[in-house]
Design a protein around this ligand. Sequence first.
Ligand code: MBD
Ligand code: FE
Length: 261
Amino acid sequence: MQQQQAKKKNQRVEEVFDLFIKHMKSFLQEAKLNHEEYTNFVDWADRLGKKGELPLYADVFLETHVLQAMYSKMPGTQPSLLGPYFVEGSPLVESEPGQPLVLPKRPDEPGEVLYFKGNVSNIDGQPLANTHVEMWHNDNSAKYSNFDSDAPDFNLRGHFYTDENGDFEVKTIVPIPYSIPTDGPTGEFLEYMDQHSMRPAHLHIMFQAEGHETLITQVFFEGDEWLETDVAEGVRDELLTKLEDKGDHKEASLDFVMRPL
Ligand code: MBD
Ligand code: FE
């Protein structure tokens, strides 16, 4: 009996909802939201959900604020958006001795070859060997496998581990700027806001190391035309790297710092 009750009541939900209502009251007074606007909102949100765009909308317009409220003053690499296109179960990427790790790709994968290097350490500067690194990004037509791309599932998605010095190097292609879908209720919202739909090119990267907080972040490239106006506001200065032109390929690198639990 007691167990059943404990299962249903969620103190945290109650606490957060009470706070939400408290702040919403003053927000509603300030916004002077009328009843018709409220019903328009409910109709739009219903369509958003029915089209399966709720995760997209939330990750584009809310997730950055969740992250900044909690983590912007914390030490270590700033997190950025997980986004709606992460899928669990990516393949393990292994390499032959002396060869780079290669993210799964089609034999004729279009795009510029990118060698991306990184180092993972803790906030005291100690390297974090054997850290689980998960990477995913879009292809040269700006599409993500398992979602809007015709590529096989898990194309340009994989995981691997840092070496004894906390280093890794992976071969993939350069991601390109991404337009979020504009043909549904999220696009309708963008029109109301007179806001473009672009995100700068980015690599998604997630680190898991024992005794450390999981770090979910993104890597952006200097000079990208969408950095300042990223529709999802995911860019942080420390997540920028330079794409170096090496003739037949590009190189980039960034170091990452994980916080202890
Ligand atoms: C993306 O590729 C993305 O990373 C986010 C956060 C939102 C929409 C599309
Ligand atoms: Fe993305």
